[in-house]
Design a protein around this ligand. Structure first.
Ligand code: HEL
Length: 408
């Protein structure tokens, strides 16, 4: 049987007890008890479905539940450790949105102003606003649909590429827009490349400096980095393994890449601890004014059952009736879930070091139920799901599984 290492302790980490010394449902100061056995079972399933490793960290007002399974590195067989760093993909979008909402607080940006007011001539339509961009309602085509239509060749073609953000926007504009501005939700990385451009234009600094000064340094996020266009993850990290489209083909080590194709839409590196700290701070109102947090939490329906999108922030309604707030990430080699309770007092970050494997993605989703509902529950959602070619059928359709994922 797969071994899952589970620890329960304090945030300071002074006392860490093996799970065997803990009850199956760990007592918790807020909400239902965290289902440790459930978390452990999810990690085990993810490994059985093809993830080399997986980890989860749940924090609840000073109590930490953490578990890791499998390997961080298939070459050395080093065990996954919950302190390993990894690429967070689109969880980056929440960081980028926070920077822009801070700029709104500073009166340097108006959410309902056209993007072209700040970036003259960038977009072909003056009606597209900053708010639409942050809520995926701009109608701007997602250029990654084409870029990653063939998973491994698409990735290898951009692994070392360095794009300017303007080049990425141009890729999007080659295609017709998906809707009129503001008409519907349609997830597009183009939006958050533009968000990063807005940050740079309004501050005169690279996005890296603004992440650093506004979020990373104040929250002491020592595992969080924007290294673009560098290709390496600093310090100790989990390697990321991309699943090819062809069934049975070996996993591709995708760890090293520029992530230049994503930039402000997905190029940050972090850890489960830092993501929990970040989301807790955000939801407790420590990163923006209450007014701007309320803007981020103005929910509109997104695709998928029980899901909504604000500004760079997702809401997921769990099977037990609890709603959680955060983001998901899918970057080559890593799947991430980072969510918190409404009051920011309970947080979860869960990662598997593989991607392009819809079964693993759906399995990892179940960490949310274990962390916030307190007992093993059936997966939510009713839409039939399709897995990448050659994979077992997943239990649930992921709302934002990129349309470029090959579906049977
Ligand atoms: S996709 C998502 C997720 N987001 C979006 C963004 C991110 N990631 C990407 O746009 C990368 C897409 C390619 C990922 C690749 C893989 O699985 O590694 N898949 C393919 O190449 C398929 N052909 C909406 C899922 C999010 O949750 O927000 O992160």
């Amino acid at each position: 049987m797969t071994s899952v290492r589970v620890l329960v302790g304090t945030v300071a980490g002074a006392v860490l007890l093996p799970l065997l010394a803990s009850p199956a449902q760990a007592d918790s100061p807020t909400g239902p008890a965290v289902d440790l056995a459930g978390l452990r079972g999810v990690l085990r399933s993810a490994l059985a479905q093809g993830a080399p490793g997986a980890m989860v960290r749940v924090e609840d007002r000073g109590t930490v539940f953490r578990a890791a399974a499998g390997v961080a590195d298939r070459g050395s067989a080093r065990a996954m450790d919950d302190t390993d760093r990894f690429r967070i993909g689109s969880v980056t979008k929440t960081f980028t949105a926070v920077v822009l909402l801070q700029l709104v607080d500073e009166k340097k940006l108006t959410l309902d102003a056209p993007v072209n007011r700040y970036l003259p001539g960038l977009l072909p339509d003056d009606r597209i606003t900053v708010r639409q961009v942050l809520g995926h309602r701009s109608g701007l085509y997602d250029y990654t649909n084409d870029m990653f239509a063939r998973t491994v060749p698409g990735f290898e073609a951009v692994r070392k590429r360095v794009f300017t953000p303007e080049e990425l926007v141009k890729l999007s504009l080659r295609k017709p827009r998906t809707s009129a501005p503001g008409a519907v939700y349609s997830y597009s990385n183009t939006n958050f490349v533009i968000a990063g451009m807005l940050v740079e234009k309004l501050t005169g600094n690279p996005v890296r400096t603004e992440y650093q000064n506004r979020i990373i340094a104040p929250l002491k996020l020592n595992d969080t980095f924007y290294v673009h266009p560098g290709t390496k993850i600093p310090g100790r990290y989990a390697r990321g393994y991309l699943t090819p489209d062809q069934a049975g083909a070996p996993l591709v080590d995708a760890t090293e890449q520029t992530v230049s194709w994503a930039q402000g839409a997905g190029a940050l590196i972090s850890s489960t601890r830092d993501l929990n700290t970040f989301l807790s701070a955000l939801l407790r109102g420590r990163l923006t004014s209450a007014a701007q947090l309320a803007q981020m939490e103005k929910w509109l329906p997104s695709s998928g059952t029980g899901q909504a999108y604000g500004l760079g922030l997702r809401r997921r309604d769990l099977s037990c009736g609890v709603s959680v707030y955060g983001h998901t990430g899918a970057v080559q080699g890593f799947y991430t879930y980072a969510f918190a309770s409404k009051d920011g007092k309970r947080t979860l970050a869960a990662v598997a070091n593989t991607s392009n494997n819809g079964t693993v993605l759906n399995t990892m989703l179940r960490t949310l139920d274990s962390a916030f509902c307190g007992k093993a529950t059936k997966a939510v959602g009713s839409l039939a799901s399709r897995a990448p070619r050659g994979k077992a059928a997943p239990v649930e359709r992921q709302e934002d599984m990129t349309p470029a994922v090959p579906l049977d």
